[in-house]
Ligand binder design. Structure first.
Ligand SMILES: Cc1ncc(COP(=O)(O)O)c(C=O)c1O
Length: 278
């Protein structure tokens, strides 16, 4: 199965038929994974939290020293590409083809992908993530770069072991995130989620879910948590643009029941999306 675009692919704003949409093999985005990207959800043609995603893209580009087109153009392209309706709006910024001056002639690709089938719960394998920044900083700290190889490899390794995806653990058993989602759980009535200090991605869904928890009066704990904290949870869930808020029913050999609080957070997140994308 090949992922396809629900509408034309915008390449630097130019509508291009999906069957011929392409980026040069000399682009260092392709050759070295140098570039950045965003994934947003379009609900009925309206991207959820477009500004937050464009802010994060701007941070990624700044870290990589990539020059972005004007923000108003990026917004316009995102809105145009979202027009067909529901889907995953993908925005990629390549490193360009000038190896001496990476990031000066980037190509911006925007298209709307069909939503994948989303299960109603997931099972996660706990995997070590020795490549993860995990509190250390580098030029790329906080950037959502095209170099997602280790994340994808973790997902594949978890699938090979019979799970749906991975939950990543860093140095000293610190719980981090999933390869493409944030982690949360409920413990004694509070929503727990690893803090951004371990340099997990500043997830837009995580941020929105914290707002939902605050509105519902659910206490929120953002801390440096360890494996035992996650395994001792009452309910576990993942948060991401594609999956929204989704219950986790297993972490490694340990199983979890679907509980009321995650259901409330999920419903609250859906309400928030409906209000903001009306
Ligand atoms: C590593 C990682 N963490 C968390 C997330 C969730 O972020 P968001 O809620 O902005 O989709 C993603 C999304 O792709 C991700 O790649």
């Amino acid at each position: 199965m090949t992922a396809a675009s629900l509408g034309p692919v915008l390449i630097n704003g130019e509508p291009t038929a999906p069957s011929v949409a392409s980026v040069s093999v000399f682009d260092i985005g392709f050759q070295r994974g140098y570039g950045c990207f965003e994934a947003m959800r379009s609900y009925g043609g309206r991207p959820f939290r477009l500004e937050g995603h464009l802010d994060r893209l701007a941070r990624s580009a700044e870290n990589l020293l990539i020059t972005l087109p004007e923000r108003s153009l990026l917004s316009e392209w995102c809105l145009r590409a979202s027009a067909p309706g529901d889907g995953v709006l993908r925005l990629y910024v390549t490193g360009g083809t000038d190896p001496r001056r990476p990031g000066t002639d980037s190509v911006v690709v925007v298209f709307l992908e069909a939503l994948p089938e989303i299960p109603d719960a997931v099972r996660l394998d706990l995997l070590d993530a020795p490549w993860h920044a995990d509190g250390r900083t580098s030029e790329l700290t906080g950037a959502k770069t095209l170099s997602y190889g280790p994340n994808l490899a973790a997902t594949i390794a978890a699938r090979q072991r019979g799970f749906d995806d991975a939950a990543l653990v860093g140095e000293d058993d610190v719980v981090l995130e999933g390869p493409t989602f944030s982690l949360g759980w409920i413990h004694e009535g509070a929503m727990c989620t690893p803090d951004l200090g371990s340099h997990i991605l500043a997830s837009i869904t995580r941020e929105a879910t914290i707002e939902v928890a605050n509105d519902l009066g659910v206490p929120v704990r953002e801390e440096r948590f360890h494996r035992a904290d996650l395994l001792g949870a009452d309910e576990v869930f993942v948060m991401s643009t594609v999956r929204e808020v989704l219950p986790v029913i297993a972490v490694g050999p340990q199983t979890f029941d679907r509980g009321d609080l995650v259901a409330e957070l999920r419903a609250g997140f859906r309400r928030l999306v409906a209000e903001e994308t009306r």
